[in-house]
Design a protein around this ligand. Structure first.
Ligand SMILES: *[C@@H]1O[C@H](CO)[C@@H](O)[C@H](O)[C@H]1NC(C)=O
Ligand SMILES: *[C@@H]1O[C@H](CO)[C@@H](O)[C@H](O)[C@H]1NC(C)=O
Ligand SMILES: *[C@@H]1O[C@H](CO)[C@@H](O)[C@H](O)[C@H]1NC(C)=O
Ligand SMILES: *[C@@H]1O[C@H](CO)[C@@H](O)[C@H](O)[C@H]1NC(C)=O
Length: 442
């Protein structure tokens, strides 16, 4: 598999408050994230459309790989992404950066000087020449060999020598990041504990749908592969708890911190656990065993195998913090859509990307429940995790279902569906646990 990356976009945020303690090889880290669209003053509808668009772009990327990556993102509309971003610093002295937390990819990268082609960002580009602890990795290094796509650079424009490792990270929406692979010290809170020798990409050419100053500086890969942040910190687990995307409260992410899922759980909530499925041909994704979907009173008439990985590696179900809206294989999406339409008995409104209904004045329709049945754990979504209420320009009330049609047979559980839940990735135990929670109290 090539690729694994995806665009980071949008607004900046908050404070990284965290504590870290390091021993020789392991670390525990507490950081805070913010939703990248928080406070942008978008209407919920605008937010939603952008999320759906983004999810589609992302879904398409999984479908293709390597240099043939492509997806449909209309020019001018490519300002997507509702993502959760973490603040940290790299180098000595530390230079700040803001990276999108992405469990759907491994590589950590940030835009770097000397930029050949970078998008605008609010923070200065990382300047490796100003860091006394930075060093480049040669293409013979094991970290370089872990990359899905790399080459040996000559780096003529810089004083960097021959044989530097050059990575290429592709996005399905034609975005790309190319740069050199290096190591440097990562500091998780200014002036506090740090982790030496973290491998990351210094992005010199970053192009695609990155468009505005509202973007972060790069990505923090939280996937299962060896180059991801959790893998490099050698933690046994990590967890996050996303506060509402439309709110402005910071969200915590904990790496290797003993997590008491009960302490912050909502009253009466039960912790549920489902195994990860290991798929050696794609070591990055957190595959889950999804068995079925229920809309209201109807379990969708699809065999369990619908959501399973095929032998050739197509399909499957993953959980991804970097995708906003859950996407379903097209034929499954149509069944979900039909189920909502027949049970809600409301007029659908025209929308390219979303399933929306006109809500008559004064009506308070009961929305059918939406449940995902995983092996050993049912995710019974609260209303706010799949329904959005809005008004159109003329003041007509609308209600939209926040689920999108994917570009292929893969099912991606996106972050909109993960809000207000404490989610633990137990890497040592090879399982995922989740519980409804008050994320601002974790
Ligand atoms: C790069 O390698 C070539 C051939 O191995 C050598 O002639 C050249 O001096 C090297 N350049 C640098 C900057 O190391
Ligand atoms: C980004 O910000 C800089 C300086 O604040 C400004 O010159 C530039 O036009 C902005 N770019 C975009 C795309 O908004
Ligand atoms: C998470 O991992 C750390 C060590 O990295 C361990 O001390 C802790 O108990 C683990 N927490 C859970 C909930 O498994
Ligand atoms: C992969 O397998 C599925 C079913 O087993 C099949 O429908 C699909 O065409 C195969 N895809 C490729 C690329 O071979």
């Amino acid at each position: 598999m090539a690729d694994m990356h995806k665009p980071a976009l949008l607004l900046a945020l908050l404070t990284a408050l965290l504590t870290i303690s390091c021993s020789d090889a392991t670390a525990t880290v507490r950081m805070q994230l913010t939703s990248t669209d928080a406070g942008r003053g978008l209407t919920r509808r605008e937010l939603l459309q952008r999320m759906a668009l983004h999810s589609k772009a992302r879904a398409a990327q999984f479908h293709h790989s390597g240099s043939s990556a492509s997806a449909q993102v209309a020019p001018g509309k490519g300002d997507p992404a509702t993502e959760y971003r973490v603040k940290l610093a790299v180098g000595t002295p530390p230079q700040p950066m803001e990276l999108t937390l992405d469990t759907g990819s491994d590589l950590i990268w940030t835009q770097c000087q000397p930029c050949l082609s970078c998008y605008d960002q609010a923070l200065p580009y990382f300047d490796a020449s100003r860091s006394s602890t930075f060093s480049l990795l040669p293409c013979g290094s094991s970290a370089c060999q872990e990359l899905p796509l790399y080459s040996c650079g000559t780096a003529q424009k810089t004083s960097w020598g021959n044989q530097t490792c050059v990575y290429t990270a592709w996005y399905g929406d034609k975005s790309i990041s190319v740069g050199t692979l290096g190591v440097d010290k990562f500091t998780f809170a200014a002036g506090h504990a740090a982790m030496p020798d973290v491998t990351f990409g210094c992005g010199l050419l970053n192009n695609g749908i990155f468009t505005s100053n509202l973007t972060g500086t790069g990505l923090a890969g939280f996937g299962r592969g060896p180059l991801s942040l959790p893998s490099q910190l050698k933690v046994d687990n990590f967890s996050y708890c996303f506060t509402s995307i439309t709110g402005s409260k910071p969200s915590p992410v904990l790496l290797g911190v003993p997590t008491n899922l009960y302490s912050s759980s909502a009253r009466g909530a039960v912790v549920k656990t489902t195994p990860f499925i290991h798929y050696p041909a794609n070591p990055t994704y957190y595959y889950l065993s999804l068995k079925g979907i229920t809309v209201g009173s109807t379990r969708l008439p699809v065999p369990e195998s619908t959501f399973a990985l095929t032998k050739n590696g197509t399909g499957g179900t993953i959980i991804d913090s970097g995708t906003s809206v859950t996407t379903l294989p097209p034929h499954v999406y149509r069944l979900v859509r039909d189920a909502f339409v027949s049970q809600l008995k409301l007029k659908t409104t025209d929308d390219d990307d979303l399933l929306c209904f006109a809500v008559p004045k004064g009506a308070k329709p009961r929305v059918p429940k939406l449940m995902f049945h995983f092996e050993g754990a049912t995710l019974d979504l609260p209303r706010e995790n799949y329904v959005i209420d809005d008004e159109d320009e003329k003041g007509h009330k609308e209600m939209c279902i926040v689920i999108a049609e994917g570009g292929d047979e893969m099912t991606i559980i996106g972050n909109y569906q993960q809000q207000n839940m404490h989610i633990l990735y137990d890497l040592a135990g090879n399982k995922l646990s989740f519980v409804p929670a008050h994320c601002d109290r974790v």
